[in-house]
Write a protein that binds this ligand. Structure first.
Ligand code: FES
Length: 120
């Protein structure tokens, strides 16, 4: 099983190919925001990678990051835990002023069909 390290939280074994946004919530116990429910629209599921940043990216993630001019972050709803990785959870319910973290994302990456591309 891949290892997920969350700065300030610890190391967690995660089921292979689980969505990172769900692993942050379920395994790491992070109050991770995911306002759009994991659909690559809101960017509140953003994380910073310390190590193990995936080279591949969904077209949906690349598009929304570009539209918002965001660099240095990745969308945890668009990433699968298929190898060891270490992240900073920088977008959390605590202190956000939001009433909740958002609808629980589906088990599979959304929106479907998923198209992959390179990060750069
Ligand atoms: S972009 Fe909204 S939860 Fe990932």
């Amino acid at each position: 099983m891949p290892k997920l390290t969350v700065e300030g939280k610890g190391d967690f074994e995660v089921p292979a190919n689980k969505r990172l946004v769900l692993a942050l919530e379920d395994e790491a116990g992070v109050d991770q925001l995911h306002a759009c429910g994991g659909n690559a629209r809101c960017t509140t599921c953003r994380v910073e990678f310390i190590s193990g940043e995936p080279d591949k990216m969904t077209v949906a993630e690349k598009s929304v990051l570009a539209d918002r001019g965001l660099t240095g972050v990745r969308l945890s709803c668009q990433i699968l835990c298929d190898h060891d990785m270490a992240v900073r959870a920088i977008s959390r319910l605590a202190g956000s002023g939001r009433p909740d973290a958002g609808k629980r994302p589906a088990d599979e990456i959304q929106p479907q069909p998923v198209t992959w591309t390179e990060k750069t």
